[in-house]
Write a protein that binds this ligand. Structure first.
Ligand SMILES: [Zn+2]
Length: 437
């Protein structure tokens, strides 16, 4: 069996891995790198050629894949794992496999981008397996993360089992869905795991990542203490449906009407509603369309801001997102002295986000807003969660991914603690290099 890293092994983003076993091969994930989209103002990626997108480091360079693949497997719905599907998948003529939530997101992307060939989308639920060829079986193992229906992917072949853990956290008290399927992971560990490909985004956080139920408590605490005479805006990840559930549930407790706004907010939340993953309160509003957003914001201002709980995009200060526009006085909703802005997201630490967030926060403060930060827990495993996964699976070999070299090296230190040795059964690889298991 061979693992060929295509993208995500030198960076955070554009995840893509090619797994080969004899004549059978599959691709796992097809992501984009968003910070590379943002550095060029007004980049419309649908107008750039594939070569240009690769050159800019936005999508993975998949030119090494010359043979037919049996399937394209999507581990979960984040853009750094599926954002390149509409650009790259059609040339492979292979089914695109994912959980229902993930595939609905692909369908939405397809509304805007027309690939050369129609994609064959195949649902695989958590806990289910699928033979992509006679000798290759793909299994989705339930795991927790910050978007619904995320899975660890196990690839079973005659030459052993490979586990792909990119992304995950080990949350025993999730707000939506069940905890990770430890029983299955243990069983796999006992029967023998040949290799583990594992994310490293939070490897430098000591200890374990707190449960999402802790974030729920933070939100409850923050919202019950808010001033009910003033405006209230919460911003969070629009794909973080658990978090949105915790926020919107509080609306009736504090006697406010929840209003969810933003193009991506509308996308992720409406799909979750359609699939029964979240049930919004009856009085909730959800708008993604620019005109509709302007209209409802006008209504809110006339009616009294204190009656509403706004949930908006823009937690990273992205110039096009709702909160930046509010801060920039580009919308009918203005921030006045004493209005409250709650951040339920940390800054994803790249210089662009840091600068954008700084600019937005300064504007909000100058208009008299009270800012409440830190109502957040990560969706990624921390160091001791990673150690737990190694102990559960006891893989023969480990390949860390989804990070720059420093993050991969931090993981390597942990793995060496656990008895692995660099270049013996632990490999730090660059995009395009091949690892034989
Ligand atoms: Zn993710």
């Amino acid at each position: 069996m061979e693992v060929v890293p295509i993208g995500g092994y030198e960076e955070v983003g554009r995840n893509m891995t090619w797994v080969r076993d004899g004549d059978d091969s599959i691709i796992i994930d097809m992501g984009i790198r968003l910070d590379r989209v943002l550095i060029h103002e007004d980049t419309d990626i649908s107008k750039l050629s594939q070569e240009e997108l690769v050159r800019r480091g936005i999508i993975p360079d998949d030119t090494v894949i010359k043979e037919k693949v049996k399937a394209i497997i999507l581990s979960h719905g984040h853009l750094d794992h599926l954002g390149a599907v509409t650009l790259l998948a059609s040339k492979y003529n292979a089914p695109v496999v994912g959980t229902p939530y993930t595939l609905e997101l692909v369908k939405r992307e397809l509304r805007h981008t027309r690939p050369k060939k129609k994609l064959d989308l195949q649902v695989l639920n958590e806990g289910e397996s699928l033979y992509v060829s006679e000798n290759m079986e793909v299994e989705f193992i339930r795991v927790t993360h910050s978007i619904p229906q995320s899975s660890l992917v196990a690839v079973h072949t005659d030459n052993g089992t490979l586990v792909y853990a990119n992304d995950f956290k080990l949350d025993d008290h999730p707000v939506i869905g069940a905890k990770p399927n430890y029983k299955r992971l243990k069983k796999l560990g006992r029967s023998g795991v040949k290799g583990l490909i594992v994310e490293t985004t939070r490897i430098n956080n000591e200890g374990r990542t707190p449960s999402e139920s802790i974030a729920k408590r933070l939100i409850e605490d923050s919202l019950t203490k808010t001033d009910n005479r003033k405006g209230l805006v919460v911003t969070t990840f629009s794909s973080h449906i658990s978090r949105i559930k915790s926020i919107t549930r509080m609306a009736s407790v504090i006697n406010r009407t929840p209003v969810l706004l933003g193009r991506s907010m509308e996308k992720y939340v409406s799909i979750a509603e359609e699939l029964g993953i979240i049930e919004l309160p009856d009085d909730a509003h959800l708008y993604g369309d620019r005109k509709a957003i302007k209209k409802i914001l006008g209504r809110i201002v006339n009616d009294g801001k204190e009656k509403y709980l706004l949930v908006v995009t823009g937690h990273q200060g992205e110039p096009d997102a709702l909160l930046s526009k509010i801060a920039g006085k580009k919308l009918p909703y203005r921030v006045n002295k004493g209005d409250q802005v709650i951040f339920s997201a940390d800054v994803i630490p790249n210089p662009i986000n840091v600068a954008n967030r700084y600019a937005m926060e300064t504007k909000l403060k100058m208009q008299g807003a009270r800012l409440f930060k830190g109502n957040h827990v990560s969706g990624h495993a921390a160091k001791e969660d990673h150690r737990d996964l190694i102990k559960l699976l006891q893989p023969e070999m480990i390949i860390p991914c989804h990070g720059d070299l420093r993050m991969l090296a931090s993981y390597a230190e942990l793995a060496e603690d656990e008895g692995y040795a660099l270049n013996r059964d632990l490999f730090l690889v660059r995009n395009g290099q091949i690892v034989r298991l």
